[in-house]
Design a protein around this ligand. Sequence first.
Ligand code: A5P
Length: 225
Amino acid sequence: MNKEEIKKDVAKYAVDFVQNKMIIGLGSGSTMGYFIEGLVERKKRGLEIKAVASSDLSWNLAESGGIEVIDINDAPRIDLMVDGADEIDPQKRMIKGGGAALLKEKILATSSDKRIIIVDETKVVTKLGHFPLAVEIVIYGAAATKGKIDSLGHKSKFRMLNEKDFFITENGNLILDVFFTSLRDYPEKDHIAILDIPGVIETGFFFGLADKVIVGKRKGIIEEI
Ligand code: A5P
């Protein structure tokens, strides 16, 4: 099985955790794309659900498949959030934000009763920090904010849309991708130090936000952690 097939497989497996009448929080990314496809299939077979989305892409994908997507402010509750991740360690700590949706994803995840993370086995790591950490920052003083992050001993780069234009998030902010010089022993400390800098809105570190992790492996094996 190649990586895309594994992602499809794990997404299909996770769709079975969705129950009738649930309000589902939709994460973002390619694995989530497959999950939403599976949700649309179940909806066609009679599943009654509503969804809340963490990105325009996930919103449009669900809505075009016939799923009712509601604004988070109109959701009385979110029963279950399903999302992907860029890295996950044995304590289920994660790096997310490869798709730049980290802020909405974290708001949804912290507003949900239960969270399922779906990943292929390449995302499972012993220590976080190989994948660059997305940090959402406000535009005002962005160069100074970058300097303060770099002075913690990291190297960061603005995420670009193309050679000239900065990537702007759906919230109207910038993304700094932070490259660590070593794998992280204390990611909580890194998170606090970065978040403490004025201008930083959120980091892509997610702690305590994975109730169940579903890992897809080669040869079609699926493991629940
Ligand atoms: C989106 O901002 C990220 O947090 C995604 O969850 C993450 O990048 C996983 O994406 P893939 O499923 O495309 O690997």
